[in-house]
Design a protein around this ligand. Structure first.
Ligand code: UTP
Length: 288
């Protein structure tokens, strides 16, 4: 079985739920505490040993690439002002991973974004991390999927238990159990009505794919808005190759909406020694 050395981070969506801020700034550059959401995904991948990352960007990509590039003038300024922790943080960014960028010329959906990374990934298994899902866990979320991949082979998708009425917002898997927290995927349905959902397991933004996903996505017929759904490509792939669903261990934050981003920011800041005491005190005051 080939090792997974590459990852794809789709970051080219319109981010309409965050308009107007996403008019000129990619959603993935919005901060959660003091890091843009995309940095959480890059760090998670690097922690799991995935060093080569392709970020799929739109035309407003400059800030994304600039975030992970060296910044000599800023570094000189921080050095002169003895801002050592800030300087370390800034320098570290350029060492996190080997980053490549590809442009998705038209926003034709998540499946299309993954397909855009095809040449960059090549004929290898690879991970996909959606930056608008942040997972706090002991083992990095994508590392959990890699463990399944190494043990069972085939593609692996992260899922979580969802309440029935939430099925309209998720891709839902049709599965049979394999082991504790692990299922074999027979098929997937995008945003089904609760009564038509094949299970209570909703897909969240972590995946490991064999290169077969590219052929599958290339065959998917675009929907009414011209979008190529990743769920449709995965459904096709699951008919051809083994695919597994793994129930993520950890806490997932959906930072794809303003409310979700606020909740994640508060909870993650409460886990930081430098911020928690003052934030907790302020929150207590609010609750009065
Ligand atoms: P979302 O479904 O959250 O869409 O994308 P979005 O455009 O980012 O946000 P809304 O729904 O308009 O508010 C999930 C992930 O897929 C990427 C996004 O950047 C995000 O990381 N994506 C989506 C693309 O890269 N290209 C697309 O065409 C669509």
């Amino acid at each position: 079985m080939k090792p997974v050395r590459r990852g794809v981070i789709p970051a080219a969506g319109w981010g309409t739920r965050f308009l107007p801020v996403t008019k000129a700034i990619p959603k993935e550059m919005l901060p959660v505490v003091d890091r843009p959401m995309v940095q959480y995904a890059v760090e998670e991948a690097a922690q799991a040993g995935i060093q080569h990352l392709t970020i799929v960007t739109s035309r407003v990509k400059e800030s994304l690439a600039a975030h992970f590039d060296r910044a000599p003038e800023l570094e000189r300024f921080l050095e002169a002002h003895r801002e050592t922790p800030a300087l370390k943080g800034v320098r570290r960014l350029a060492t996190l991973a080997d980053l490549a960028y590809v442009t998705q010329q038209e926003q034709l959906g998540l499946g299309h974004a993954v397909l855009t990374a095809r040449n960059s990934v090549g004929n290898e298994p690879f991970a996909v991390l959606l930056p608008d899902d942040i997972v706090a866990s002991d083992t990095p979320a994508i590392g959990q999927l890699l463990q399944v991949y190494h043990q069972y082979g085939g593609s692996v998708v992260a899922v979580e238990e969802i309440p029935p009425e939430a099925s309209r917002s998720y891709g839902v898997v049709d599965v049979e159990p394999v082991a504790e927290g692990l299922y074999r995927v027979k098929g997937l349905v995008e945003k089904p009505k609760p009564e038509e959902a094949p299970s209570r397991l909703g897909v969240v933004g972590r995946y490991v794919f064999t290169p077969g996903i590219f052929e599958a996505l290339a065959e998917v017929r675009p929907g009414a808005l011209g979008e190529i759904q990743l769920t449709d490509g995965m459904h096709l792939l699951a008919q051809r190759e083994p695919m597994y669903a793994w129930v993520l261990q950890g806490k997932r934050y959906d930072v794809g909406t303003p409310l979700g981003l606020l909740k994640a920011s508060v909870e993650l800041a409460l886990q930081r020694e430098d911020l928690a005491p003052a934030l907790r005190q302020w929150l207590k005051g609010l609750a009065l």
